[in-house]
Design a protein around this ligand. Structure first.
Ligand SMILES: [Ca+2]
Ligand SMILES: [Ca+2]
Length: 491
């Protein structure tokens, strides 16, 4: 009898083990969890060796083994870490804290490299430029551009409003960041700012109807997508700031959009839904309803699965084409932390239940313009593509009345710095008089005269090479912005 029982027990254990093995392999099952001392709003960044870096309300940044969840090191800041770390070149990672500081930390051992002090909380995440410049927004109302190697300030932009949006870097290095409503005037609503990467000078700004806490996502063509507390998602031309479309949800949009390979924009709202919007038009293809606010950003996997957490405590895996639910995983707290997807498809995120979770996923991060918060698992929020200059958006031919003004713009990507030279009828233009921006991506002409009509060209070059051309027609009245883009010095 005893023998039989033992045999039965062994058989049962074997069956359970078999079931466990099966369950552990199924998408959505738990690989591991790691408990910190506080709620986790930070989104994990993932290093080249699979290490998971994530901040917590317990004031610490953790480095966890991506396969096992074992702690490699922890780094203590002076206050809560709400923002997400970004990985830079040369083994450094950067994270902001409510202790007002941006911390540069060695990825290998968790040692402090430098600290940069701002005037208030840093609740937004840093972006890392192609040259290693770290850009961060602080509640001190300033955008700070910091040399990633030394921690020295390169420039500051005084926004005059609280900043809680994480900056994103465009294909040509332009820095896009949202600002909140002015505290001094109820008429001054949130704005999306476009700043020059080299100088911090304002290129353009766009007024929304409410705070912009969402971080911008940037499409292949340079279109900037961002959400606002006015319930809307905006699509803006990255070169000019002109509105392409807007889509209205039934709640504030503080989550950051994600963009798939076909250009579809996915974004969650405080109305509890995730929306799939056509990138070119903003047409709503589907929506998925969770049981509470969605503040976390969507992450897209290469197999067409979309992951997003909700304040309803659940992590959802959805079919990106249809919005149908594939599976869900319930945690013990609200989920504000955006998913990061590991090289083996593992789904990493945090929860207000103080835990970091690693769930089995099916595929790595999608190859797309902006498939997750921070653009990729390094969280650099940087759309620049190094290499020879490549045109993202063309200048448009224009007809303008005498005495008025004209603005000609283009956007390119490539190894920075990109050099620009506008030409008129084959002759290089220089700033002065009625001409401004002759050596930038935006040419401004004012008080237009008959002699301004003609063929305008923009040459774009860098160390990697130059670009070939696109031509726009028309000559009429005062200005014909017939434009072409050709090799530098060879137009
Ligand atoms: Ca503080
Ligand atoms: Ca939270």
């Amino acid at each position: 009898m005893k023998t039989t029982l033992v045999a039965l027990a062994a058989l049962a254990a074997g069956l359970l083990n078999g079931l466990n093995t099966l369950a552990q392999d199924a998408p959505g099952s738990l690989r591991w969890s790691f408990t910190t001392g506080g709620a986790i709003d930070s989104s994990p960044a993932i290093g080249p060796d699979g290490t998971v870096y994530v901040g917590s309300d317990d004031k610490k940044l953790y480095a966890l083994d991506g396969a096992t969840g074992a702690k490699k090191w922890e780094y203590v800041t002076g206050d809560k870490i709400w923002s997400s770390p970004a990985l830079g070149p040369n083994g450094a990672l950067y994270v902001g804290s409510l202790d007002n500081k941006l911390h540069a930390i060695g990825m290998a051992a968790g040692t402090s490299l430098w600290q940069y002090v701002t005037g208030s909380d840093i609740s937004a995440s840093p972006a890392v430029g192609p040259d290693g410049t770290v850009c961060v927004a602080s509640r001190d109302r300033k955008v700070h551009a910091i040399d990633g190697a030394t921690g020295h300030l390169k420039w500051q932009y005084e926004a005059g409003r609280t900043l809680t949006s994480s900056p994103a870097i465009g294909p040509d290095g332009t820095i896009y960041v949202g600002s909140n409503n002015s505290s001094t005037s109820s008429y001054e609503m949130g704005r999306l700012l476009a700043l020059d990467a080299a100088t911090g000078e304002l290129k353009w700004d766009f007024g929304a109807g409410g705070d912009i806490e969402s971080s911008p996502a940037i499409g292949w063509d340079g279109t900037v997508y961002v959400g606002s507390a006015d319930h809307k998602v905006y699509a803006l031309d990255g070169a000019s700031g002109l509105l392409r479309w807007r889509f209205e949800t039934a709640g504030k949009v503080s989550a950051s959009p994600a963009i798939s390979a076909d250009g579809t924009v996915y974004v969650g709202s405080l109305d509890s839904h995730v929306y799939a919007l056509e990138g070119a038009t903003g047409i709503n293809h589907w929506n998925f309803r969770s049981a509470n606010h969605i503040t976390a950003s969507v992450a897209l996997a290469a197999d067409g699965t979309l992951y997003v957490g909700s304040k309803d405590r659940k992590l959802y895996a959805l079919d990106a084409r249809t919005g149908n639910k594939k599976w869900e995983y319930t945690t013990g707290g609200a989920i504000d932390s955006s998913v990061a997807i590991g090289a083996d498809g593992t789904v990493y995120f945090g929860s207000d239940d103080r835990k970091v979770y690693a769930l089995v996923g099916a595929a790595p991060l999608a190859d797309a313009a902006w498939p997750m918060r921070g653009k990729d698992i390094a969280h650099q929020s940087n759309a620049n593509r190094p290499g020879p200059p490549e045109i993202m958006s063309q200048p448009e031919g224009q007809e303008r009345p005498l005495g008025s003004f004209a603005v000609l713009r283009a956007m390119a990507t490539g190894t920075l710095p990109l050099l620009y030279q506008w030409q008129k009828d084959g002759t290089n233009l220089a700033d002065g008089g009625r001409v401004a921006g002759a050596r930038s991506s935006t040419l401004r002409l004012r008080n237009l005269q008959p002699e301004d009509a003609g063929k305008y060209q923009l040459a774009i070059g860098n160390d990697e090479g130059s670009v070939a051309s696109a031509e726009v027609n028309s000559t009429y009245r005062c200005l014909a912005a017939t434009l072409a883009v050709q090799e530098l010095g060879d137009c």
